[in-house]
Ligand binder design. Structure first.
Ligand code: NAD
Length: 244
């Protein structure tokens, strides 16, 4: 094991208030493609007319709900996906009392499935849907199993996923709670994120602790600020780091 790895592990061992912030790269080993990674949806969609960023925008959802839902079912719905070693390593760190909060940009619910409890979903969840008119909850299974755009059983309003679409504001309560957790952390681990989506990436600016650790396959704009950078697989690095 190299020197940098040993030092990072020591840092994690001595920290008392660890916070993790992650993105789509945490779930690629579960079979869910990320957006900007080598095999991500942006690469897959490079020949098509519309980018995922356009389709997943508020305006597109309102004006083209049928196309929006077709994309959701085809490219973002992974009912077979199960948590991978990265999710389990983080749940284990929380169980051991080390990890105090987990902030995720993911909308797949896999951290909760792995057993994590203190999870801040910055971008919401694709496991929850509600009516845009009367706000009634709508069952996710029904959305994914029907072929048409879902409409509220009670009032006929358009049903939407409980996710933050491009062009929408993050929930201020979730964002503030996440920023507070980062401010209180003595060790911040950031992983599986290109760190180009804001305001999520800006949460790193709140960190005042001693140990910033970045784990990502590719370089990120924040690498130069980190105490430790690992350009590798998040599941492998997290598992190694957290094994005592
Ligand atoms: P991103 O696609 O911009 O970046 C993912 C990063 O993870 C890339 O830099 C890639 O190199 C890296 N990566 C991929 N697999 C990895 C692995 N196994 N180990 C280490 N690094 C790995 O994703 P982002 O930064 O989260 O932001 C994009 C948006 O994508 C978010 O808003 C999120 O809501 C959405 N998204 C979520 C999911 C999901 O819920 N699983 C999937 C795709 C996109």
């Amino acid at each position: 094991m190299n020197h940098q790895f040993e030092a990072a592990r020591r840092c994690l061992e001595t920290s008392r208030q660890v916070v993790f912030m992650g993105g789509a790269g945490v779930s690629t080993a579960s079979g869910i493609p990320d957006f900007r990674g080598a095999a991500g949806l942006y690469t897959q969609a490079s020949g098509s007319r519309l980018t995922p960023e356009v389709i997943l925008s508020h305006g597109f959802f309102v004006h083209h709900p049928d196309e929006f839902y077709a994309f959701l079912r085809e490219s973002l719905y992974f009912p077979e996906a199960k948590p991978n070693a990265a999710h389990f390593a983080l749940a284990d760190l929380e169980n051991r009392g080390k990890l105090k909060a987990l902030i995720t940009q993911n909308i797949d619910g896999l951290h909760q499935q792995a057993g994590s409890r203190v999870v801040f979903e910055l971008h919401g969840s694709l496991n929850r849907f509600y009516c845009t008119r009367c706000r009634a909850a709508f069952p996710a299974e029904q959305v994914y199993h029907q072929k048409t755009t879902p409409r509220c059983d009670a009032c006929g309003g358009l049903v939407r996923p409980d996710v933050i679409l491009y062009g929408e504001q993050l929930d201020p309560q979730v964002l503030n709670a996440s920023a507070a957790a980062v401010r209180q952390a003595d060790c911040l681990i950031v992983g599986g994120s290109s760190l180009v989506v804001h305001p999520a990436a800006g949460l790193l600016d709140h960190f005042r602790g001693d140990c910033l650790l970045i784990i990502n396959r590719e370089p990120t704009p924040y690498d130069s600020r980190a105490d430790f950078v690992f350009h590798g697989d998040i599941a492998e690095v997290l598992t190694e780091l957290s094994t005592v």
